[in-house]
Design a protein around this ligand. Sequence first.
Ligand code: PGA
Length: 251
Amino acid sequence: MTRRYFIAGNWKMHNNTTETKELLTAMKQNFQNINDSEVMVAPSFTSLQTAKEILEGTQIIIASQDCHSEDKGAFTSAVSCPQLKEFVSHVILGHSERRSVFGDTDIVINKKLKATLAHQLVPVLCIGETLQERESNKTLEILKAQLDGGLAGFEEKDLETLIIAYEPVWAIGTGKTASPQQAQETHEQVRKHLADMYSQEFADKTRILYGGSVKPENVDELMGQTDIDGALVGGKSLEAESFLRIINFKK
Ligand code: PGA
């Protein structure tokens, strides 16, 4: 089963529209994609219109970093899928910062997933354990609970577009990366759980990205692992040159 690589940049709360324009223009001018990966960027809501204008006519996908589960209503500050659909085709859900800073639970994430799919947006569902959970041998238990909770109520046929991002919380923004072997082992376990939840065929075709301090120096080895199908990149997606090098990883 071949899974097309997927390289994504999560900009978090960085870049105003001028900076967005500069970064995407630099990326676009030097864009090459030797691996034929799918490439995605997720700017802040305020930069989505600018990103759309600049990336028009390119293959680069635009995503939002979150969405609300309702279509409209009295939800001050929130942004809904019908609103996002004007700009994006993909939505990141359940990022660890959404979970830890904003209190998104698996139940909330599950509702957001439902909205995302109802509006034909592609979900990138993030899962990951904290350092304490890893050290007390709870990694698998946590990841299974996040998958079971996040995907509750969905059938295999609903999840054809689903992308999973495994991001160990202790590796996000810390400069610490899971070793390629550690990441591979966990990805294999995640895939096995998807097979148990749905089917082997589903598990084999679902892409599982790795995230957590991915950089030019470690991307080649990470992407060389059998069950790693791409990367969700934070810090290094804010530098055109680094992100382009990551897109053009060498296996
Ligand atoms: P990082 O962030 O690459 O800066 O560690 C990854 C993420 O949060 O998606």
